[in-house]
Design a binder for this molecule. Structure first.
Ligand code: KIV
Length: 275
């Protein structure tokens, strides 16, 4: 039997209390690395707008962008479940357009799509499921609604907002999503939501009670130095490693130490004499 991650395996993990690990990837090289390290889910997130493209937020990411990165990431994935983000507005311009976009991401190699929000999306989610496209939900701080929230702020701190989030989670489960990302919500609220659902919750800034965790790979590797949310744990300082290595390379070019004998090709002496 193949070891590949599937939606039913994720459900089994929740029922056994086994934690789910999820990470982002936007290219083949990192997809291979995170898959080989054992990630259960790899997300081609619209965070690529910020991490890959240097934008201030995720709002300028298009379906074409996600499709391009899914195609690259797909080639690097062996075991993980590959999920692709439906970017800003892609689910709000009519059913046909949403279905066509989700279908395109599946065509490029995603095995599921992730949709931010709940209101006005339940019917579209139903249609996607009917078309055979599994959907992951995403509630709490949904970065595509950044202007509505007025910034990257914790969601669900007050009673009414907490009730709304619980309600959204239940509605999404009812609509058939296979998992829900909870972003920037108080840990006790995330625990309550996790307990109420049969499907796994994947937290980012939502505390340890979630069934799994996701982080942006560049953040956990310390590649990204401008933006440091409280929920990010840095497992490495690759920015320093990269700067040091590139600095040495530049230095050796300047001093003539690179390329050396070991990194050069020799022509056959016979041929060279004949020229
Ligand atoms: O776009 C993204 O990377 C995400 C995760 C951080 C959950 O949505």
């Amino acid at each position: 039997m193949s070891d590949n991650m599937t939606i039913s395996r994720l459900e089994g993990m929740k029922s056994r209390g086994e934690k789910i690990s999820a990470l982002t990837a936007y290219d083949y090289t990192f997809a291979r690395l995170v898959d080989a390290a054992g990630a259960d889910i790899v997300l081609v997130g619209d965070s690529l707008g910020m991490v890959f493209n240097g934008e201030e937020n995720t709002l300028r990411v298009t379906v074409d962008d996600i499709a391009y990165h899914v195609k690259a990431v797909r080639k690097g994935i062996g075991r993980a479940l590959l999920v692709a983000d439906m970017p800003f507005l892609s689910c709000h311009l009519g059913m046909d357009k949403a279905l066509e976009s989700a279908g395109r991401l599946i065509f490029e190699g995603a095995e599921a799509v992730k949709i931010e929000g709940c209101d006005g999306l339940l019917e579209i989610i139903g249609k996607m499921l009917t078309a055979g496209i599994p959907v992951m939900g995403h509630i709490g701080l949904t970065p595509q609604s950044i202007h509505k929230f007025g910034g990257f702020k914790i969601q669900g701190r007050r009673e009414e907002a907490a009730r709304r989030l619980i309600d959204e989670a239940l509605k999404l489960e009812q609509a058939g999503v296979f998992s829900i990302v909870l972003e920037c919500v108080p840990e006790d609220l995330a625990a309550r939501i996790t307990e109420k659902l049969n499907i796994p919750t994947i937290g980012i800034g939502a505390g340890p009670a979630c069934d799994g965790q996701i982080l942006v790979t560049a953040d956990l590797l310390g590649l990204q130095t401008e933006f440091k949310p409280k929920f990010v744990k840095k497992y490495a300082d690759l920015a320093s490693v990269v700067k040091k290595a590139v600095g040495s390379y530049i230095e050796e070019i300047k001093t003539g130490a690179f390329p050396d004998e070991q990194h050069c090709y020799q022509s056959s002496p016979k041929h060279l004499k004949a020229i």
